[in-house]
Design a protein around this ligand. Sequence first.
Ligand code: FAD
Ligand code: DHB
Length: 396
Amino acid sequence: MTTHTRDVEVGIVGAGPAGLMLSYLLHLQGVEAVVLEKHGRHHVEQRVRAGVCGQPTVDLLRDIGLGARLGLEGLPHHGFSLRFDRRDHRVPLTELTGKRITVYGQQEIAKDLIRAHAEKNLPIEFEVSDVALHDLDTERPCVTYVDADGDAVRLRCAAVAGCDGFDGVSRHSLPSGVLTVYEHEFPYAWLGVLAHTPPSHGELIYAAHERGFALHSMRSPELTRLYLQIDLDDRLEHWPDERVWEELQRRLDTVDGFRLREGPLLDKSITPMFCFVAEPMCHGRLFLAGDAAHIVPPTGPKGMNLAVADVRRLAHALHRLLRRCDPEPARTYSESCLRRVWCAQQFSCQMTAMLHRDPDADDFARRLTLAQLRHTVSSRSAAASFAEDYVGLPFE
Ligand code: FAD
Ligand code: DHB
């Protein structure tokens, strides 16, 4: 097989929110990049994942001219419910923080970014395979891969961005001993479903129930997104649609007779609940961003927002490094991202522990968790602190 050689300033592995956003931000600063994605465009545009965007993410999309559809179809929310003791306890986010969240699916952001790339002829190579990173310790790292036509390509770069998610190749390409990994696993998972039925409530509902956590969210006036806490070793085949609805109805039940609107399930998947941080987020000319470097449990909706915060910083750092010969922002990239990551990690773990049923907890621990929930909604300063953490830090 002949190998084609191409030169580009930045090789980006992965077309999730991190890779696509980085490529577009680099383009706006005149830095050329190529995005390499192992799946096809359709897969990337349909994959159901995040739904909640923080204000900094929304503001950035607007600032770079990609906020039009989000403005029309995104659903702004000014609060959400913590449901426990079979009652709603509203957290008025905007009243407490001046900020809001916007429900707009991750795959819609992916569609907007991919369309913007297509309009400007910015390269995204879908369906590539055998991606491997080389010479990361030098100023000319390269990425080899096989393109969708089966041709071998050698991409010579000035920097490589590993935006290939938790299971990608980038993080594993670093020499052993470079990374320190911090991990924590919760003893449960989430079953997520997308239902073709209107939301049953105007806002998100995070429900703490003795049978386990449940979450009511949405994607549009016609689509409801719901999650259930399940056992870590549970499987999709144990959850036929009728059982999903029955369990959701039980956990979201209230004293005043709340009922979910049921409908056909369009998507069903299981997500394990774990935390992961790899430090540092760069080595030589490889920079990790998003889920490739860190995973937060999804209870506090932060993963995609962290990915966007990383690449905003990285785009600036790469521009300074490659166009201004200024290595300082690249040198401090990891340290400054990790500060935000650990802050989000701390909050997401706390929110997860507060809302889920821990199978290993004794009755005493359960009473403490209930006391924490009650305090969070009854003390204005506790609610304000919770709301501030939930909406997240602004981008600098
Ligand atoms: P990814 O989205 O994982 O993208 C990585 C890309 O790299 C993928 O397209 C993958 O195919 C590609 N890739 C992998 N390996 C290779 C390879 N070898 N070669 C080429 N390409 C490769 N976050 C929020 O902020 N708000 C939420 O409401 C929220 N809800 C969530 C709900 C659930 C159920 C889950 C699971 C997550 C949620 N998240 C949420 C987290 C969010 O989805 C992730 O943090 C986000 O997808 C991270 O983006 P990323 O670009 O870093 O990685
Ligand atoms: C959604 C996901 C979350 O992790 C969350 O905390 C809230 C909403 C969602 O997918 O809609």
